[in-house]
Write a protein that binds this ligand. Structure first.
Ligand SMILES: [Zn+2]
Length: 461
């Protein structure tokens, strides 16, 4: 009995030695490309049959959002959300104003493809929107939009079973509450919910509690600013002190804080209903706002500097709690292919953009991003004043444009750190954003090779 036990122990000992030797010597020698685990490729990031929520916060500069480094407490709820999401540091709008940028956000193509470039343009029927694609694939589609170009009248209801237009531009409370009500009633359906809030767009008239939160030391009289006052500032009819200009920026920030507060309630509803677990949620914007960096103040639409084009893009995928900051240059045209790729990795994607799923796994591409505007400063100031009156009175009428009409445009291309702007008058500007993020040093005469390369791209995009 004792001998048998001894032999058994010896056998066990040799098995242990062989096992250790295998791991120490033999397995170590295996070539590195033999890996039985699933590859760390695009296929890992998917959320099949997930709901989709796309939130467009109109006129939200990336650099006024906490997760993008802003120091004032504008966005505690968005920041908390971003801590469990992919945050794109270099996301670009395809235009510095609403209609063309939303065309890209909802179709995956640059605005020129559909001639959706002027305030009176209509997104044509032949434009295939993400809402149409999802609707055809069994999703219940709903939109809450605060008008102003993103309307049924201008073609943006395509694909939405329900397209709700709000009239109140100070919409933070209303749009979040209506979205919450809708979620409560439709939580069992597979859905696509699109929210377009105009709250952070001018005019700025935030509630007192949010102004106090942002700018408690202010001693002046300015607690709101309307469209006519903004036009007067931009046509030099009104000259403001630096102190009052800073106040106007605070009013804008307070509008962001107010929106963030109500979106906090919306996020809480998603948690309470356990919808965070099976929903892809995307927060972005259509453009920023300028505050004197390059001439304009509390306005947007006619120039192509980063204060107008750098937007937040934050993507959370189902129950994944990944937080990653991604440096790749990306664009609004990438949103549609990304959604389609996540819900069905095999789906064919036709788009000017590309799926961002690869970037979640550190794939780097050095693609170029583009932006354009057909609205000159003079034209836009006119449209802002007239447009607001017409929208308020309900007399604003879009029209189908002759597609052969060639519009004067300003265009922008960015590749790597370099950005080329081609202005309405044909003049060119070239900036090295790594060393000159404020775009103050025009290098157009110093870097001929980069200039030629970017001119070629801008002429052929
Ligand atoms: Zn807008």
């Amino acid at each position: 009995m004792t001998n048998k036990l001894f032999v058994f122990i010896i056998i066990l000992f040799f098995i242990a030695v062989l096992f250790t030797a295998y791991h120490l010597f033999i397995q170590k020698e295996l070539p590195k490309d033999i890996n039985q685990n699933p590859p760390l490729g695009n296929q890992q990031i998917k959320c099949l049959d997930c709901n989709i929520i796309l939130i467009s916060v109109d006129t939200l500069r990336a650099d006024h959002v906490g997760t993008y480094g802003y120091l004032k407490p504008t966005t505690p709820n968005i920041d908390k959300f971003a801590n469990q999401a992919y945050v794109f540091e270099n996301a670009y709008a395809s235009s510095p104003w609403t209609l063309p940028s939303h065309t890209s956000m909802l179709t995956g193509f640059y605005p020129q493809k559909f001639h959706a470039e002027l305030p009176t343009d209509i997104l044509p029927e032949n434009a295939l929107t993400i809402a149409e694609i999802l609707s055809e694939n069994g999703y219940k589609t709903v939109a809450f939009s605060t008008g102003a170009f993103i309307t049924r009248n201008q073609g943006f209801a395509q694909g939405f079973a329900t397209f709700n237009e709000l009239q109140n531009w100070q919409d933070a409370q209303e749009i979040s509450q209506k979205s919450i009500n809708w979620l409560n009633q439709n939580q069992k359906s597979k859905f696509f919910l699109f929210i377009h809030s105009f709250h952070t767009h001018d005019p700025y008239s935030p509630q007192d509690q949010f102004i106090k939160k942002i700018d408690s030391d202010y001693q002046g009289y300015l607690n709101s600013i309307n469209i006519s006052q903004i036009v007067d500032i931009n046509t030099s009819k009104t000259n403001l002190s630096e102190y009052e200009k800073r106040r106007i920026v605070s009013l804008y920030d307070a509008e962001i804080a107010e929106l963030d507060n109500y979106f906090g309630q919306f996020f809480k509803t998603l948690e309470d209903l356990k919808l965070m677990e099976n929903t892809i949620i995307i927060i972005t914007s259509d453009h920023g706002e300028e505050f004197g960096e390059h001439g304009g103040f509390a306005i947007h639409s006619y120039s192509l500097y980063d204060e107008l084009l750098r937007i937040p893009l934050i993507i959370k995928i189902g129950d994944q709690l990944n937080h990653k900051r991604i440096q790749n240059l990306v664009s609004l045209v990438d949103i549609v292919p990304t959604i389609l790729n996540i819900i069905n990795p095999k789906s064919p994607i036709l788009s000017d953009g590309q799926s961002l799923v690869g970037t979640f796994n550190n794939e780097f591409n050095n693609k170029a991003v583009y932006s354009e505007t057909a609205s000159s400063k003079q034209y836009m100031l006119q449209v802002i004043e007239e447009g607001e009156n017409k929208i308020v009175k309900g007399t604003f009428q879009p029209k189908t444009r002759d597609n052969t009409q060639i519009l004067p445009k300003a265009k922008m291309v960015r590749e790597n750190n370099y950005k080329l702007i081609s202005n309405f008058n044909g003049s060119l500007e070239l900036y090295d954003l790594a060393n000159d993020p404020n775009e103050s040093n025009n290098l157009i005469n110093s870097l001929p090779q980069i200039k030629e390369n970017l001119i070629k791209k801008i002429n052929s995009y």
